[in-house]
Ligand binder design. Sequence first.
Ligand SMILES: [Zn+2]
Ligand SMILES: [Zn+2]
Length: 353
Amino acid sequence: MKTTQGGNTVKAVKLYEPGNLKVEQVDSPSIDSEEVLIQVKAVGICGSDIPRALVKGAYYQGLTLGHEFAGIIVECGQDTEGWKVGDRVTIAPLVPCMECDYCKIGKYGLCDNYNYYGSRTDGAMAKYIKVHKNNLLKLPDTVSYEAGAMVDPAANAVHGLWRGDLKPGDTVVVIGLGAIGLFAVQYAREMGAAEVIAIDVFEEKLQVAKLLGADRVINSKEADPIIELESTKVNLVLDTSGSPTAQNQAVSMTGKLGSVVFLGISNKELTLSAKSVDRLLRYEIGIRGSWNSFSDPFPGEEWSFTIECMAKGRIQTDPIVSHRFKIDETPDVFEKIKNKDIVFNKILIFPEE
Ligand SMILES: [Zn+2]
Ligand SMILES: [Zn+2]
């Protein structure tokens, strides 16, 4: 099916070799019968986009980056029942194969043979993106496009807390206050945590965590969180930092029968101190990994719960946004990230002229 937008050229952020990002004029995508065309209103830079753009490079030359976004449907393929032009949407960016052992048991995030918008197929740092109907999620009117662009990191936080079996009344520690960590602080409270403690090394981020409802904050550059939490029975520690120091501390601050969830990507070795290993055994602590945000039925309750809480105004997104840029500025933004010239939280890009 030929798109009515076809023929127009639009701007897109294309990735080539590591560090080589270009804003180019490209043809507007043509949709097939089960796809819709979405005009992108806001798209976030994900933590995973940074190594993708700066270290690993594109899955194929000229990949359009971007998978955390929201927009409005401007065209529907003929087999997209239930969706219409004008619908405000975000997407779940994973395209699972639905055939492997993990898809068969509903663990789509562990799919052996997946596709992914903005990583393995063209993404949303562009005026338009084409998306399969199965990936669409409707945004209620009370969820802004900016908030819609943050449903993905929020759903990751929810998945991580569920991996740790958070129960009402629990004391929860969140280490690392990037977007996922700041969502975890809020969702832990939503899930009934009695106390939420936030840890980071940046004072600004600790202040945002406080604003978003953290009961206690600890600057782990200034105080040893293990000593600070000595008399607190911690049920769940969610590490979003991926720092081996934090991962070791996480074990040493967890209480009896507690859980530690590693969510932050590390790619480093982890040495546990003798004290942590002893505690792991004696306290029967469980350590789990958390990967992405999917469950059955696809894309999972992580996504519906996330959107529902945002729609009810239970979760704030605005304090998590640190920067807003136009699409033309995107290569410069990545350059600044590379040179550590920017202290940031969620960075949003706006593709509209
Ligand atoms: Zn992401
Ligand atoms: Zn699969």
